[in-house]
Design a protein around this ligand. Structure first.
Ligand code: GSH
Length: 206
């Protein structure tokens, strides 16, 4: 059976768990990381020298980096539309997945740490304002794309929706004022109706 090492409230673990659930895979998840500890052992560092979660173990194969794990699960276990039809579609999926990781994840991380993890007397409001502004500009790019596309790659949910979909829950659920991005909201509300998304992504943000 496929094993995923990582606590369920990690956004990077959520990507992998949501993807696996959409693929209908039977996955065993172990609570590792954060308050559970377990990432700073020799055994864990042998699997992932970064000491981060998630880690996938599939028989004798070990993989870290959440987006890489999502791509692996789709390629190894998916059928269409999870296996993409051609290299151009792959390129577009990679574009949106990598864009999230490199461009939108930084302001989302600032918001998460400032609004959820930082004691209220140590919060830096200027950092929150800057992250909302940067996030809003970037989410607006996806909003524009979703004006003519039901999901990120068209009519079907695909791996391209996974990283951005996990972040969209946090963007719409954390306590701050956000601009109205109607296409983004429509896409996110459709994700929020999916049982696999509800069970693996729509968890308390802690
Ligand atoms: N780029 C990595 C980032 C992994 C990462 O930073 N994971 C965080 C959780 S979201 C972590 O391991 N934090 C330490 C911990 O949970 O103990 C990925 O996408 O997998």
């Amino acid at each position: 059976m496929i094993k995923i090492l990582g606590r369920p409230n990690s956004v990077n673990v959520q990507k992998v768990m949501w993807c696996a659930a959409e693929l209908g895979l039977d996955v065993e998840r172990a609570d590792i990381g954060g308050a559970f500890g377990g990432t700073d052992t020799d055994a864990f560092r042998k699997m992932n020298p970064n000491g981060t979660i998630p880690v996938l173990i599939d028989e004798d194969f070990t993989l870290w980096e959440s987006n890489a794990i999502v791509r692996y699960l789709c390629a190894a276990y998916g059928a269409a539309p999870w296996v993409l039809p051609n290299t151009k579609t792959h390129g577009l999926a990679d574009q949106w997945m990598d864009w999230y990781q490199t461009t939108l994840h930084p302001p989302m991380t600032t918001l998460f740490w400032q609004l959820i993890r930082t004691p209220s007397d140590q919060v830096e409001p200027a950092k929150i304002t800057a992250a909302i502004d940067a996030g809003a500009k970037r989410w607006a790019i996806l909003d524009q794309h979703l004006a003519t596309s039901r999901f990120i790659l068209g009519d079907h949910l695909s791996m391209a929706d996974i990283p951005l979909g996990c972040a969209a829950y946090r963007w719409h659920s954390m306590n701050f004022t956000r601009p109205d991005l109607p296409n983004l909201r429509r896409w996110w509300e459709e994700l929020a109706d999916r049982p696999a998304y509800k069970a693996n992504v729509m968890l308390p943000i802690t």
